[in-house]
Design a protein around this ligand. Sequence first.
Ligand SMILES: [Zn+2]
Length: 466
Amino acid sequence: MKTADAGGSNSVSVWEDDPGSGVLVSRPIPDLSKKPLAFRFPKPAPEPSVYPPGAADFRYWTAAEALRRGADFWSARVPLTKWQVGATLKVILCEEVGLNAYYDRTALNFFYDPSPTGTVYSGESPDVVCHEMGHAVLDSFKPELWDVGSQEVAAFHESFADISAILSAIQLPSLRTGILQDTGGRLYRNSRLSRLAEQLGAAIRAQRPDAVDADCLRNAVNSFAYLDPTTLPNSAPAAHLSSEPHSFSRVFTGAFFESLGAALSAKSQNPAMPTEAELLSVASDLAGVLISAIKASPVVSNWYAQVAANMVIAAGSVDARYPPIIKAIYVRRLILSLHSAASIASVPPIVGAPAAAQEELAEIALPADHYGISGVLFVKTPSQSCRFVALSAAGDLSSIQPLGAETAAQVFVDDLFSRGRVDYGEVVLPEARLDHGHRLKSHRLVKTPGGARLARLLFDCDCGCQ
Ligand SMILES: [Zn+2]
């Protein structure tokens, strides 16, 4: 363990990115009541001081500092005036036993779990904390992504949360300097910045060796390319891609992090050794590009391609060097087809607010016998209309035509039930259920005339270890 900075009387001592990487830093005392994006912990704050790792008060200030830093970053970039749930978001640090954490439109919830090397608190990791906060941020400016039936949208929510962890970490000057040293100025290299949630990953690996990456929960340096998620299994070892949202999120996260590294090299005075100020500036640029793209993108079944294409468009008004870099990486990863990447230049600019924001998602009635439901299941579909066509590519580089909105929703719901993520509530008789034990549910069934409606409960880590 090493200390990155000396503590002072007006500061707190916190982890820079994760207990697993073990770097401490001294930071100003965070103001959790600061608006926009205030936080509230149920218990009173401990006296600000430099507590040792392992102390509950140390964990409190580590979570508090990471939350304040991440929320300040996003509130300025989006911009945001409040959370989806209102002015203040509740934070519960020790919700229950397990290796998990979740955002449920009520609070950010963190778990604790004994591991062979001591109790793991998911709220002690700035990576995990800023991941969950990322869900809350995205939900605050694109709430229509919350319960739409779409594999790509659910995976993107996880990717945005991981990107939130990375960009929040980059706001620390000491981390920027440390990472540029550790990677020799080549950001897109395996580092404690690319390795997300090392400690939580190790604890999960001890229980399920193939469930997470070899050195962390998920690594943003990866070589995953897009595959049509409907062709993927619903779960797979971490070395392979599956349609499970956290697994599939790695395609987009890898592309974004690779774009960040390439953009930094392109803009640095000395590409062989970018400065920490240049890293801060380029990260801010690409965060803005991503936000603009999300706002402009209609909610459709091939959401990855839409966001990627809109990133290219948004990047053009930031710096002319960015679009070719982003196009190259997203084409190489098959998120954008060659044809789609080439046609972006002819897309007319948006005048005024994106039309997609005003269009309600259509709800359809799915046949639901195979879920044990008597009647139909109402689900929101990725049904907004596209301003232009953007397509992902298959392995032979041909463009993939997107699924219809209803088919996309059907596939998504089949996936949920097969993975045991739906709370049947009072809707399905016990003998007609699949009993997946105490697995945390991400969705629930709400009884309605004619059948049931699918509603999202939360976004979580879904490591399957409960
Ligand atoms: Zn998540």
